[in-house]
Write a protein that binds this ligand. Structure first.
Ligand code: PGA
Length: 256
């Protein structure tokens, strides 16, 4: 894992955008997996500054609430169009976002795995972490080898997602989510976390044991993960100074 610690959420967003643009420069038809939540919003603001860079990108995403159509403003599909896709040059045939309004979630899950394979696999997957250690909607106890499938949300995840929402319109308690194994197959993972509320779980994800109790801890086994944090979310890392030292003194290909 490469751990990069930035001063605040704004600097985190800029650094994360650099990571995405660097991969895009190497591969303009990048297969890019997107994430939802509060954390990547700043990243998407940065990505919108270079709208032409996405003309050939193939877009996927991590998860979606069961039952919600892409036209529903609460759906993740809508969120990703609203924050990124509608602002950048894109080819509609390259949009492979999950839909919640499919009758058969299991069949849709199998199809997602087939589509990811058909495009040659995900090159770069953006990720966030839940306060309970979930990655996508892989809640604690999810198999670290799991594939795309229907999932019941943990009560805390459901409550987090309900924050600020109309209580008379409760969110679904089921979702379709890429599995931990599906995520681990991506060539490059970009995990973002911001704010003091994530400090404990970041410590467990980075420095704790690999366990299905913290599904995001599986990232320790991935050969190429970039974790971008702000000072607040990095505050409880035991080896925080070491990560900073390594980043400042990073070995670069071709250096003399
Ligand atoms: P957040 O969500 O970015 O809103 O904190 C992250 C997650 O639950 O995966």
């Amino acid at each position: 894992m490469e751990i990069i610690i930035e001063a605040d959420a704004a600097a985190l967003a800029k650094r994360a955008a650099q990571v995405v643009f660097a991969d895009l420069e190497k591969k303009p038809d990048l297969v890019l997996g997107l994430a939802t939540g509060k954390t990547p919003v700043g990243l998407y603001e940065q990505l919108r500054q270079k709208p032409d860079a996405f003309a050939k990108v193939r877009f996927f995403n991590l998860d979606e609430f069961f039952g919600l159509p892409p036209s529903d403003p609460v759906s993740f599909n809508y969120f990703l169009h609203h924050h990124l896709i509608k602002h950048v040059r894109h080819d509609p045939k390259n949009i492979h976002l999950l839909r919640g309004d499919v009758g058969d979630l299991e069949a849709a899950s199998r199809e997602t795995e087939v589509t990811i394979k058909a495009v040659g696999g995900i090159d770069l997957q953006v990720l966030g972490i839940g306060g309970n250690g979930h990655v996508a909607f892989n809640e604690p106890g999810s198999s670290l080898g799991s594939r795309t499938r229907p999932k019941t949300l943990e009560a805390s995840t459901w409550a987090d997602n309900m924050k600020g929402m109309d209580p008379t319109k409760p969110l679904p308690k089921h979702a379709i989510t890429m599995g931990v194994g599906t995520i681990m197959d991506a060539r490059h993972l970009l995990m973002l976390a911001s704010g003091a509320g994530k400090a404990d779980i970041i410590r467990e994800m980075v420095e704790g044991p690999v366990t299905s109790e913290i599904p995001a801890s599986a990232l320790q086994m991935h050969p190429r993960t970039t974790v971008v944090l702000d000072e607040a979310s990095a505050a409880k890392l035991k080896r925080r100074d070491y990560y900073k030292w390594v980043f400042e003194n990073k070995w670069r290909v071709g250096q003399k």
